[in-house]
Design a protein. Structure first.
Length: 433
């Protein structure tokens, strides 16, 4: 992901980005491209020309980045140029409106001005150009899949990703040639690129990659070791007003761990709590999941024809919050961890309803609280300040273990914010422990 996430209200990129500084994103992005491609894979940068400074989720509606061309050159486009200079082989498009690049208010995915004139001619990209999913409302709006398909071809895309009806898209390409909207030579050029890439990676001999083979090659100790180091070095302590971190209370202390997680995420908190329990044998673990009311009429804000729908805003039920407060009563310390973050159906990054009530209730009881974010780095915004706030950046097991080890003083805390938390902490902040 080469997007510069400089807008805290961005509902879909968040921790997928390297941060808000274009130089940092450029350096990290180019390094990742080189690492991927030096080890036998084809890297793809996204979402060109930049999905960072937007407050719309392109799965749900046409996103808009309304800044000048000079700003785009100095911020959004820099990481993509760095990746191109590093030899990136693939690029994925952005279903967004950028008036400084194309005044027709069409999704960049469907704009030849953006994808051919800018990306290929001006910036020198000559690899595979892949659309973001064509079943997203950001690209479809109210047009048909056939029309979106043909416009994607006209814009210069080589791969049409995830049309809602593949047969319709295939027929649209055939019809586009038959009607003269584009030539067969244009299609052949993209097909040649695809076939050459497949040949390079041996896919002409074996069409499918063994999933088990990937596990055996990727999930090995040699790869897990640097991943573990990265997880530990990323841990960022944003706030610690009472110097609670690392924990120094007696092992017999009453510690409560409250995990806020989507109901479908069965792994959330398991490794984190297990690591804590090694020190606090009496640790009490509690899981809270936001509830939603099914609404089959809920659709994209644009009223589009795509497959993605806005979820009714989930919330922690008042009864579950009250139960958590009752269980936490008298605790020496409460850790509130959130595993909720951006998804394809997220319209806002505002913290889950019910978390403010939970934190206010704990404050009223004069309970010391450590807030841990395992997904949304902007979680603290809009929430009551807690005594300590830690960001782990990822919900995966390595990050859970790293966060627990950091809190327990088993690993140093050296992370710095690659983003600004307005009203909370500046770019580069991070307490060392």
């Amino acid at each position: 992901v080469l997007d510069v996430n400089n807008n805290p209200k961005n509902p879909v990129i968040a921790a997928r980005s390297f941060g808000e500084d274009p130089e940092l994103v450029s350096r990290m992005g180019a390094a990742l491209v080189r690492g991927i491609q030096e080890h036998g894979m084809l890297a793809t940068g996204k979402h060109f020309p930049g999905h960072g400074d937007t407050e719309q989720n392109s799965h749900l509606e046409l996103s808009r980045v309304n800044v000048s061309r000079a700003r785009l050159d100095s911020v959004e486009l820099r990481p993509f140029q760095a990746a191109i200079n590093a030899g990136v082989r693939g690029m994925m498009t952005f279903h967004g409106d950028l008036p400084a690049l194309d005044t027709t208010h069409t999704a960049a995915t469907l704009s030849a001005t953006v994808m051919t004139d800018l990306l290929r001619t001006q910036m020198g990209f000559n690899g595979l150009l892949v659309t973001d999913a064509l079943d997203m409302n950001g690209v479809l709006g109210n047009m048909t899949m056939a029309e979106a398909t043909q416009r994607a071809v006209l814009a210069g895309n080589d791969v049409l990703l995830m049309p809602s009806d593949a047969k319709v898209s295939i027929q649209a390409v055939v019809d586009g040639v038959a009607s003269g909207r584009f030539t067969e030579a244009r299609i052949d050029a993209s097909v040649k690129k695809l076939l050459m890439a497949k040949h390079e990676f041996g896919l002409h001999r074996e069409r499918f990659v063994s999933v088990e083979g990937v596990r055996q090659r990727v999930g090995v100790a040699a790869n897990m070791a640097p991943a573990r180091v990265a997880a530990e070095k990323a841990i960022t302590l944003v706030r610690d007003s009472l110097a609670l971190v690392p924990f120094t209370m007696p092992a017999a202390s009453r510690v409560v761990s409250i995990t806020v997680t989507p109901r479908v995420d069965l792994s959330a908190g398991r490794i984190f709590d297990a690591e804590l329990k090694g020190t606090f044998a009496n640790l009490l673990s509690l899981s809270l999941s936001p509830e939603t009311v099914a609404d089959n009429t809920a659709g994209a804000a644009a009223g589009g024809t795509g497959a993605y729908k806005i979820n009714p805003e989930p919330a922690l039920l008042p009864a579950s919050v009250d139960n958590a407060l009752a269980i936490a009563r008298g605790a020496d310390l409460v850790i509130v961890s959130s595993y909720i973050g951006a998804t394809s159906n997220t319209a806002s990054m505002v913290a889950t309803r019910g978390i403010p009530e939970l934190l206010n209730g704990l404050r009223a009881a004069k309970t010391k609280v450590v807030l841990v974010s395992f997904n949304n780095p902007y979680l603290q915004l809009g929430l009551p300040l807690t005594e300590a706030h830690l960001i782990a950046w990822s919900p995966w097991s390595l990050s859970q273990r790293a966060a627990a080890r950091a809190l327990l003083g088993k690993a140093p805390i050296t992370g710095q914010l690659p983003i600004t938390l307005p009203g909370v902490a500046p770019f580069g902040a991070g307490l060392r422990r």
